[in-house]
Design a binder for this molecule. Sequence first.
Ligand code: COA
Length: 334
Amino acid sequence: MAASIKTVDGARHTRILGMGSYRPSRVVPNSELVDAIQSSDEWIRTRSGIIERRFSEDHETVQMMSVESSRKALAHAEIDPAQLDCVVVATVSHLMQTPAVATLISDELGSTPAAAFDISAACAGFCHGVGLASDMVRSGSAKYVLAIGVERLSEITDPTDRGTAFIFADGAGAAVIGPSEVEGIGPVVWGADGSKYDYIRQKQSWSDVLKMEKALMPHLRMDGNPVFRWASFEMAKIASEALDRAGITVDDLDVFVPHQANMRIIDAMARTLKLPERVVIARDVAYQGNTSAASVPLAADALLRSGEAKSGDIALFVAFGAGLSYAAQVVTLP
Ligand code: COA
């Protein structure tokens, strides 16, 4: 008779044990970008809500920003790096095809031989990472998981492209996920619509770049308006579903942390969801721009550090971006 394979039990409940973030030092106001795109501070503020953003300096690499934000998250969680079983890094701007930057980050943190890999789900990447991490802890394949969202989009954004130059920015955010006595992470609601693959993407493939007479960085390009309409209508539905699946309503919610893409999308979602006045809404996009995978953890961590949100608050995360892909979940803030 064939041997039977043992089943491993994981934790019954999971939660975010600690969070941390890293904002690059260089503050870039709209005025610095407008000439190259024939725009104005007023147009950018009115259409996107962005006042300024952060661009990284040379030493603020994807690895460096990840390690800085992770150290804060680990200290907040009171977890030693050696206790981590897995490091998941959501990013689209680590400009090395392989190996995964997660292996370098894990090693620098002192978490080797934890499993370490990158995931590519663009702006929805961090919420995918939290969902995966929670499921790993629940299934018994890991006890403590570090989920990072990090981007250095300034490097892959064309400063002369009117549709993206004022939007994208840099930063990192991290969360430590582990077992809990009570439920702290609701079911993830996620998905993708590859029929809209072209809406936000790298302009040329790496092989096309090699065929160019003079190789140029394949920058990001975006059809902003269709993305805007899709996000404003469809993402409130995904957020609602995440509330339903967690068994709560907007009346139980303390904090709303949507992807920081555009203030008008944030306002539209808040209106559609009929969020009560007292719900704190993350509006980090004004000072941080759109940092893709880093936007939700940066915004959540900012609310925790400023005291606008507190430990134990129930928060709704929802993120969306290239793919088009999306993910949402309800969490208890650490
Ligand atoms: N500065 C000044 N004018 C600009 C401009 C700029 N940077 N970019 C476009 N315009 C002009 C257009 O030419 C157009 O002019 P027209 O009316 O004379 O034809 C007008 O502004 C409106 O352009 P449009 O593209 O329809 O603007 P918009 O209201 O959709 O706002 C974005 C543009 C990019 C701010 C918005 O579409 C957006 O935020 N999209 C979603 C981004 C997002 O959520 N991404 C998530 C995944 S990363």
